[in-house]
Design a protein around this ligand. Structure first.
Ligand SMILES: Cc1cc2nc3c(=O)[nH]c(=O)nc-3n(C[C@H](O)[C@H](O)[C@H](O)COP(=O)(O)OP(=O)(O)OC[C@H]3O[C@@H](n4cnc5c(N)ncnc54)[C@H](O)[C@@H]3O)c2cc1C
Length: 396
């Protein structure tokens, strides 16, 4: 079917669904094209830790009733290093802020439910193939998309490219290699989801000679656990018993063991495209940047981009004011680079490169002990962990 709307959104991940919801709340018509089918999207696990600002954004958008009831609030984190379990009181160090554990899968389902209730159009299995008229040429922008073997068009004023790292929006921007900043880490994460109550009610980050480990959760009865593994590790490589022993050793706890319902390997990458707009096309979320999962920032970054983009579009339609839209890339990048720095810093501090020398290990230990022993070291971690503010104006 050929369609027409004000904002054409590519991708029904957290970025696309949230943008759609906020625009709808302000009377701005939009349609989402999503490559996958609905049940795939509703099952997809991924992230789980939300910054305070992310939770507030979902609440303000009116999709947070289940989040308010089902969330697990964390006021601190545990850090296991040199065989000692330490706790950083993130709430105290950040002046009263906290983080929330609520699965990306859950908030995705909540947003799809709301969209369906309000009859916001999500076209499932619709793959955007080509973008036309994205320049300021006085024509409507067009998304050419395929659906069940046929080609159709979605005509719109603006295109929001919320189509993740492998989408078509970023490659449709006029960019060169000079606009891309990318780093591949020399290790990956081996993650499991287990039907077992998490041993600690807050996350545990472990620095261990045999490699990083993390205890997290997706609910009171579901543990999400990770260990560092070499790049290219096969998801079937580790036996359950070995994994539990390794997790206990590295985390310095005796985990509750339960049925492992999923195993997966995630590579670690940092990536930024420093052009996030051109004419009528704006990209947001993983389409523009990737962080290694160590700082738990992927979904939070996507939400922050959407906050800026939605405000820009609302000002455009309601006040005929394009100031925020014109500065979209600049406003987002100012925060993105700091979040990239934090994610890279936590990753390189806690992981062990197999070629690492003893001096580097000592530097990692000193970095961790500075975080734990110094008020300012702890505050710096906490400020980043609970989420940095969006700075709307240039610093004078
Ligand atoms: C395996 C994995 C595990 C992760 N774990 C964590 C974690 O533990 N903690 C954390 O903070 N972050 C994690 N992340 C990152 C986090 O999930 C992402 O940052 C977040 O999903 C970004 O949201 P998004 O909406 O920008 O992109 P996505 O969620 O990727 O959504 C993009 C959507 O666009 C659709 N799409 C793509 N191309 C097209 C097209 N041509 N036409 C139509 N639709 C298209 C895709 O199907 C997808 O649904 C993980 C990511 C992955 C891949």
């Amino acid at each position: 079917m050929n369609l027409k709307t004000q904002v054409g959104i590519i991708g029904a991940g957290p970025a696309g669904l949230l943008l759609s919801r906020i625009l709808h709340n302000h009377g701005i018509e939009n349609i989402i094209l999503e490559n996958r089918n609905e049940s795939y999207l509703r099952q997809r696990l991924r992230a789980g830790v939300m910054e305070q600002g992310t939770v507030e954004t979902f609440m303000e958008a009116g999709v947070g009733e289940k989040l308010a009831k089902g969330k697990m609030v964390h006021e601190g984190i545990y850090i296991h290093a040199k065989g000692i379990q330490n706790r950083l009181d993130v709430k105290e160090l950040s002046g009263g802020k906290e983080v929330t554990v609520y699965g990306q899968k859950n908030i995705t389902n909540d947003m799809i439910d709301h969209a369906q209730k309000d009859e916001i159009q999500i076209v499932w299995e619709a793959k955007a193939q080509r973008l036309e008229h994205i320049d300021d040429d006085g024509e409507s922008a067009i998304i050419h998309y395929s659906l069940h073997g046929k080609m159709y068009t979605l005509e719109c004023d603006f295109i929001a490219g919320c189509d993740g790292f492998h989408g078509i929006s970023r490659p449709s921007l006029p960019i060169t290699q000079k606009n891309i900043y990318s780093y591949e880490f020399p290790y990956s994460w081996y993650g499991i989801l287990a039907e077992a109550p998490p041993i600690a009610h807050e996350v545990i980050y472990a620095h261990h000679p045999d490699g990083f480990a993390l205890q997290s959760m997706r609910g009171p009865e579901l543990s999400r656990l990770y260990i560092q593994c070499p790049n290219g590790t096969d998801p079937g490589a580790y036996e359950d018993e070995w994994l539990w022993d390794e997790l206990d050793k590295r985390l310095g706890v005796t985990n509750n063991r339960g049925n492992i319902i999923s195993k997966g390997v995630a590579p670690m990458r940092s990536f930024v495209c420093d052009v996030m707009q051109h004419g009528k096309l704006f990209i947001a979320g993983d389409a523009a940047h990737i962080v290694p999962p160590t700082g738990a920032k992927g979904m939070n970054l996507a939400v922050a981009d959407v906050k800026v983009l939605s405000k820009g579009l609302i000002h455009h339609y309601k006040d005929k004011d394009d100031d925020i839209l014109n500065r979209y890339t600049e406003i987002c990048l100012r925060r993105i680079w700091k979040v990239e720095r934090f994610s890279w810093w936590v990753t390189t501090t806690f992981h062990v490169d197999e070629n690492q020398d003893e001096f580097t290990t000592k530097m990692q230990e000193a970095t961790i002990s500075y975080m734990l022993d110094s008020q300012i070291g702890g505050q710096s971690f906490a400020e980043n962990y609970v989420g940095l503010p969006i700075l709307w104006n240039e610093k004078k």
